[in-house]
Ligand binder design. Structure first.
Ligand code: AMP
Length: 590
């Protein structure tokens, strides 16, 4: 499949990659010329006429006059747009949609402009990524994709703009249909299922239709790996009901949304033979704890495709369990603000995947980050010393950077807050390794720990669980400073039985595994108290997900917050805690 279209788009990308430096300069000048005279840029360019300016001169002028910005700097403009101000504030083209960034790390969702350009670039990334995948894992033309995707509820702002997640806007766009036609792969579920607004009902229908089309399914996908794991965990509970529906051509009474019922019932018809085959496979799978579920249920699937890096890494173990020998292909790197990079080596294991930056999509700058000598660190920001941002053409192999974006959608020198490392080059394009969100998540006093630090510590601490045949379902944390000395609290949801002795050891191991100098020193002097491990009851993290969904998040973009000081979440976590342990590392006995 994708023979001609595929090599065309790869050929185009290779050409762009060869001249990435000048493509970036052109991209910037295109963005600035299109948006000449908008209020935000006027503030910095004043009366300078940039229209006739030479591109390289414009690039230098832009980076010298326009300051780096955070979302907070742009928020007043975005708010005016949301309220209906029609003057050109950030872009000349009217902004009709606003996206909600997931905000699960920050605890607060942010509005980001979304335009036709956003859907067009999404289509292009998906086509390019599909072309690279087909080179290694060819799929059958006209086949199906089991896409575990979910639109969020949309609403209108005071000024009449439509608000929803970026993925929701994309699923509702023409480009989503075009992608299916051009890549000749069709999603199993109709639009009504994707946009139902009730993730439980959508999941049930996705699974039912995925099995209805089981022989045609060429691969299984979701935006973030979390949704695949979440859906298959539900399948373990739902499979009998789903088999009944396949047998009878009926639809469970759990599906209450008329539009969804009609759309699904239009597709399915009684198929007792398929139902019995699936039921006997499920009976076998159930005794093997659902190992290899995906290839057993979808025998023609070639791979599983989803974002598996960054905060999705903790779900890899479970995904591998479900996927057995099927390749796991890590999906591309993007944000509500802009697409950033494509995985051009789909056979890389998810732990090693890199993303080739797309130089036509946005203008990228990179702030070099250097770790401080931690012993002297006493700032309460984070652990990095910054240098001045450099353009894409000047990034260095092995160096870490924070990404800065200038987009077609009205963001100018916008700090994304992601830390990446240059891990290689595709011709002249850097290939990035996603490291983490820059924001510190755990800090009590001089200690500084990021999401990645926490992830590594939890990975070490939870190793002992596998010996007990138990698994970590999900986790989060909180820096408790209510009482002196403050301390870290880590919440775990576990599947399976684990002895208290083992959990006590996990707790001690985690406390001892934080290598941040500030933490180690503070623990030794007891200015940070012993780490606390709280075991929460089964289903707690589902409650957290539901809390976010009620507040407008979409399952497609959901990321469990790895640290929280949100009072509602802490209340849920504390009410669901069934066991507590305090670490005995650093010699303190409790
Ligand atoms: P959102 O706020 O929903 O727009 O999510 C965007 C953020 O998700 C990015 O800024 C990254 O922190 C993270 N993200 C997106 N794609 C990837 C990826 N492929 N690997 C790791 N993290 C990612």
């Amino acid at each position: 499949m994708e023979r001609n279209g595929g090599s065309d788009i790869i050929g185009w990308f290779d050409e762009v990659a060869e001249t990435a430096d000048s493509v970036q300069t052109q991209t910037l000048s295109q963005i600035l010329r299109l948006n000449y005279g908008v209020e935000y840029l006027k503030k910095w360019f004043r009366d300078i006429n940039i229209q006739e300016m030479e591109e390289n001169a414009l690039e230098s002028l832009f980076t010298s006059l326009v300051p780096l910005a955070s979302h907070a700097d742009l928020e007043p403009y975005i708010q005016r747009i949301a309220d209906g101000d029609e003057a050109p504030l950030l872009t000349q083209e009217a902004i009709t949609n606003l996206s909600l960034s997931s905000g699960t790390t920050e605890g607060r969702q942010k509005f980001v402009p979304f335009t036709k350009h956003s859907s067009k670039t999404t289509l292009q990334v998906f086509k390019l990524a599909a072309a690279y995948r087909s080179r290694i894992y060819p799929i059958r033309e006209g086949g199906r994709i089991l896409e575990l995707i979910y639109g969020s509820k949309q609403f209108k702002t005071k000024g009449g703009l439509t608000v929803g997640t970026a993925t929701t806007h994309y699923y509702a766009s023409e480009e989503f249909k075009i992608k299916q036609e051009q890549t000749k792969s069709f999603t199993c579920s109709p639009e009504a299922v994707i946009s139902s607004g009730d993730y439980n009902q959508s999941t049930y229908c996705h699974l039912l239709l995925g099995l209805h089309f089981r022989d045609e399914v060429e691969f299984i996908t979701s935006t973030f790996a979390y949704s695949i794991v979440q859906a298959f965990r539900s399948f373990e509970e739902l499979w009998r009901e789903i088999c009944d529906d396949i047998r009878e051509g009926s639809l469970s009474s759990r599906i209450t949304i008329t539009k969804v019922r009609n759309a699904v019932l239009d597709i399915i018809s009684p198929n007792p033979c398929l139902a019995s085959r699936i039921a006997s496979t499920c009976e076998e799978l159930e005794v093997k704890d659902w190992f290899c579920m995906i290839p057993k249920l979808w025998p023609n699937a070639k791979y599983v495709y989803s974002i598996m890096t960054g905060s999705m890494q903790p779900y890899l173990r479970k995904l591998r369990h479900y996927a057995g020998n099927l390749p796991l292909v890590s999906a591309d790197y993007g944000s509500t603000e802009s697409w950033i990079g494509v995985n051009v080596n789909p056979s890389s294991p998810p732990e090693k995947v890199t993303f080739a930056v797309m130089p036509t999509f946005s203008y990228f700058e990179f702030i070099p980050l250097h770790s401080q000598n931690q012993q002297n660190a006493n700032s309460n920001t984070d652990d990095f010393i910054e240098e001045d941002p450099v353009p894409l053409s000047q990034v260095k192999l092995g160096q870490e950077y924070e990404i800065v974006l200038t987009t077609f959608t009205g963001l100018y020198r916008y700090r994304l807050g992601d830390v990446v490392e240059v891990a290689g080059f595709h011709k002249k394009i850097p290939k990035l390794n996603f490291i983490c969100r820059r924001k510190l998540i755990l800090t009590v006093n001089i200690d500084k720990n990021t999401e990645k630090d926490l992830q590594l510590v939890v990975e070490r601490g939870s190793q002992a669980l596998s010996k007990s045949k138990a698994e970590l379902v999900d986790f989060t944390s909180h820096a408790d400073v209510a009482k002196q000395p403050g301390h870290y609290v880590i919440y775990w949801e576990i599947n399976g039985e684990v002895e208290e002795r083992v959990l006590r050891e996990c707790c001690r191991e985690m406390d001892a595994s934080f290598v941040d100098h500030g933490y180690v020193v503070s623990r030794r002097t007891n200015s940070i108290g012993p780490l606390e491990l709280c075991i929460v009851e089964k289903g707690t993290f589902k409650k957290i997900l539901e809390h976010f969904i009620r507040n407008g998040a979409a399952l497609s973009q959901f990321k469990t917050p790895r640290c929280t000081s949100n009072q509602v979440l802490l209340k849920i976590l504390d009410a669901c805690t069934i066991k507590r342990f305090r670490s005995t590392a650093y010699g303190q006995e409790l």
